[in-house]
Design a protein around this ligand. Structure first.
Ligand SMILES: Nc1ncnc2c1ncn2[C@@H]1O[C@H](COP(=O)(O)OP(=O)(O)OP(=O)(O)O)[C@@H](O)[C@H]1O
Length: 287
């Protein structure tokens, strides 16, 4: 599956939620779609799942426009943060209805997952707790077997054990039936080792798209005097930099494994990088 986003802008009246964003994602893989509150994640995911049109630009899946294209939309399952279920249905009815939407719907898997998450099949969707509702979303997404499966904050209300089940199931599913999973979440450090690729949005703009598998080897924070840091950074991409008292810190994307100067170097978590990048954008730097 290939998602091509070309110069996409989305406005809600005067509010620009996404500003001229372009990128390509090709799966199967697990993609972390990250950013602070209001970054534009849900807006983009709504456009990707055909719920909202773009204001400008093009959004294509396997070369076809997404909005109003039924053949494309059958390949995309979007599990929304708010839970896009029919509230009057029972859990059982809600799951069964999916077989009409998703050609690869796996009823057997849905039944198995109902037991894993201990969801009562006869309960009305509107009576579910937040955690149970999240579990229903997770079951729907996994059993859809849709080639593009999107989870927007899938585990609000789920406890640690429930979230851990979800991560295990995601890995298991990716082995059995590889697809393009897109995961938008604020619980970054907990889930980051599942990602193959990471995209970071901030205030409607794409700040970073990187292969996460090589993160530990390629993203590094270095510290030292301005001169030492500037020397060490030669030949690499400087993602972020700040000076505090006499010490300079720079986050580098290494273009090769060699630093030009002996400096203190440490690993940068995805969570920390997200904070650095959005701070930098506010201060008006460009990557
Ligand atoms: N229906 C709407 N009408 C007007 N503005 C909106 C609407 N939906 C979203 N916005 C605005 O667009 C921007 C992006 O919102 P969006 O919900 O896409 O962000 P998000 O990254 O998903 O945030 P969060 O992590 O808080 O869910 C925000 O400034 C938000 O206030």
């Amino acid at each position: 599956m290939k998602i091509q986003v070309s110069n996409v802008t989305k406005k809600y009246k005067d509010k620009v939620a996404l500003n001229n964003v372009s990128f390509t994602i090709e799966g199967p893989k697990i993609v972390g779609f990250l950013g602070h509150n209001g970054a534009g994640k849900t807006t983009f995911l709504n456009m990707l799942s055909g719920i909202l049109p773009t204001t400008n630009g093009e959004l294509r899946v396997n070369g076809m426009h997404v909005f109003n294209t039924a053949t494309v939309l059958r390949d995309i399952c979007f599990v929304a943060e708010t839970g896009n279920f029919q509230m009057e249905m029972t859990v059982d009815q809600s799951l069964k209805a999916n077989r009409y939407f998703y050609p690869n719907w796996d009823e057997e898997l849905a039944r198995k997952l109902l037991k894993v998450f201990a969801l009562p099949p006869k309960a009305k969707v509107k009576s579910l707790s937040k955690g149970m509702s999240s579990a229903l979303g997770i079951i729907t997404g996994l059993a859809s077997r849709a080639p593009i499966t999107i989870f927007d904050e899938p585990y609000i209300g789920l406890d640690v054990a429930g979230r851990s089940k979800f991560y295990d199931l995601l890995i298991e599913e990716q082995e059995i039936d590889p697809r393009l999973f897109i995961l938008s979440t604020h619980l970054i450090d907990e889930v980051s080792n599942l990602f193959d690729e990471v995209l970071i949005l901030n205030e409607g703009e794409l700040l970073l798209q990187k292969d996460y598998l090589e993160w530990d080897e390629t993203i590094l924070a270095i510290r030292g005097s301005s001169e030492e840091v500037a020397n060490a950074a030669i030949g690499h991409e400087v993602i972020y930099e700040q000076t505090f008292m006499n010490e300079k810190m720079a986050v580098l994307y290494l273009k090769n494994p060699v630093l030009n100067e002996e400096v203190k170097a440490e690993r940068v978590s995805l969570q920390d990088l997200l904070v650095y990048l959005s701070k930098q954008q506010k201060e008006g730097y460009a990557l």
